[in-house]
Design a protein around this ligand. Structure first.
Ligand code: DGY
Length: 321
């Protein structure tokens, strides 16, 4: 029997799978992020930790959890985990790749369309009973999406799924910027690999799908926004700190860019007050990228599968290191 701590509420049947393998499972039943001191206390005697991408799992947590054998992150991004510290201690880290690709790509497109066609503003307008009849010069004139240029920063699974929607569904011309070229995307979607600067200057829509690393922190800063077209719309469903939020607010306020669809924030769950004030062509979501019932179930199942595998002495299924 091993001890497992789960930092958040997850599906009861997944907890049952762990229990029926005779493990002692403790699940934090409360809503909201776990406090740091509680996390440090809870890990002291556990062999496995199932955690959220908002839980900071650093060397101090690993030192407190001296029995830890696996940290299973409920998400594809794992910038919340100090993977070097884990490697040094021989702790396996796993994530949930693949499970949320299409779901997150759908949300990316939902934000892109909502910002371009001003859907949230229009919804508020109708609910306020301000729709008095069709007019040619209607209040919510938006931007076309079909046939425009879509720039993708980070052409991994999700970036490619977004490019597919853009090219096959909306006839978009695809530019991408990535560490490695994606010959598949180039062949299938006629995507063109370009420098970051070219992507900024040529794209009508820019979707951010790159992981958060030292290199990508504040990749979108004032300089980047200055280079973007003034009709450009940025969509970020990756990680908040890839975008300098002060610079984003400045770019939106001064008209350096036209709009934004934002799902992730620099200091989650806090949202920049300047962003909250901006409504025209600015759509905000509460980190919903993977948020469908089916996908969240799949993510929980993957995390549990990895824990069961490692605790029974087998290889992890989805190791990040
Ligand atoms: C992830 O899994 O990293 C996503 O941010 C979830 O929405």
């Amino acid at each position: 029997m091993a001890r497992i701590y789960v930092t958040c509420r997850i599906f009861e049947d997944e907890i049952e799978r762990l229990r029926s393998a005779e493990h002692d499972v403790r699940m934090r039943g409360e809503e909201g992020p776990i406090a740091r001191d509680e996390l440090l206390r809870r890990v002291t005697d556990v062999d496995a930790l199932i955690c959220l991408l908002s839980d900071v799992i650093d060397a101090q947590v690993m030192a407190a959890g001296h029995n830890l054998r696996i940290i299973a992150n409920l998400g594809v991004g794992y910038d919340n985990i100090d993977v070097h510290a884990a490697r040094e201690r021989g702790i396996v880290v796993t994530n949930t790749p693949g499970a949320l690709t299409e779901t997150t790509a759908d949300l990316t497109f939902a934000l892109l369309l909502a910002a371009a066609r001003r859907i949230v503003e229009a919804d508020e307008y109708v609910r306020a009973e301000r729709f008095l009849g069709w007019e040619l010069l209607q209040e919510h004139l938006g931007s076309d999406v079909f046939g425009k240029t879509l720039g993708i920063v980070g052409m991994g699974r999700i970036g490619t799924a977004v490019a597919r929607r853009g090219h096959l569904g909306f006839g978009m011309n695809i530019l991408y910027h990535n560490r490695h070229r994606s010959l598949d995307a180039e062949q299938e979607l006629n995507a063109r690999s370009v420098s970051f600067d070219e992507l900024l200057t040529e794209s009508d829509f820019i979707c951010v799908h790159t992981p958060l690393t030292q290199e990508t922190h504040h990749l979108f800063n004032r300089k980047a926004f200055r280079m973007m077209k003034d009709n450009a719309i940025i969509v970020n469903v990756a990680r908040g700190p890839v975008v300098d939020e002060d610079a984003l607010v400045w770019a939106l306020e001064t008209g350096e860019i036209a709009g934004a669809g934002i799902d992730v924030y620099e200091n989650e769950p806090k949202v920049h007050p300047g962003l909250l004030k901006l409504k025209e062509r600015v759509v905000l979501a509460p980190h919903l990228g993977s948020a469908t019932g089916k996908t969240r179930r799949r993510m929980a199942k993957i995390a549990v599968d990895n824990v069961l595998s490692v605790l029974s002495g087998r290889e992890p299924l989805d190791p990040v290191i």
